[in-house]
Design a protein around this ligand. Structure first.
Ligand code: ZN
Length: 138
């Protein structure tokens, strides 16, 4: 996370795991870039001027995979606790996931190739979509 924040200018915390900064991808006089760190460690970047996330990470000298947490070895064997969520919560999570999938696909389309991290992240998304099914209570 500090890797990312250290490379940005005009960083200001706006809340828990939320920051704004000047966008590195366009001539930004005010902080147009919103940075959100999610509970799973993934980082969401959004430029309100409309810069694409691929351009944002490129301008910072980072890769899209730097926005996602490194896989922890040994975690795979741990059985996740099955919590129940409201339909609204699940929908919100799915919508977030869909945004990330869209961003990854956009980066893949621009580059014309898929990194291993992106492939794994998309597979993770499929798992999350499947896990979301049946997680709601009426
Ligand atoms: Zn921008």
């Amino acid at each position: 996370m500090s890797l990312l924040l250290d490379r940005l200018e005009g960083v200001r915390a706006t809340g828990h795991s939320r920051w704004v900064a000047r966008c590195p991808a366009h001539d930004d006089s005010r902080p147009s870039l919103a940075i959100t760190k999610k509970a799973d460690g993934a980082v969401l970047l959004h430029c309100f001027a409309g810069c694409e996330v691929g351009d944002l990470v490129g301008a910072l000298g980072l890769d899209l995979s730097d926005l996602f947490p490194a896989r922890q070895p040994g975690v795979h064997g741990v059985k996740p606790v099955k919590r129940r969520f409201s339909a609204e919560q699940v929908l919100h999570a799915v919508a977030f996931e869909l945004i990330e999938v869209t961003l990854i696909v956009g980066a893949i389309a621009r580059r014309g190739s898929v990194t291993r991290t992106e492939r794994e992240r998309l597979q993770q998304s499929v798992s999350r979509f499947m896990a979301a099914e049946g997680r709601t209570h009426e």
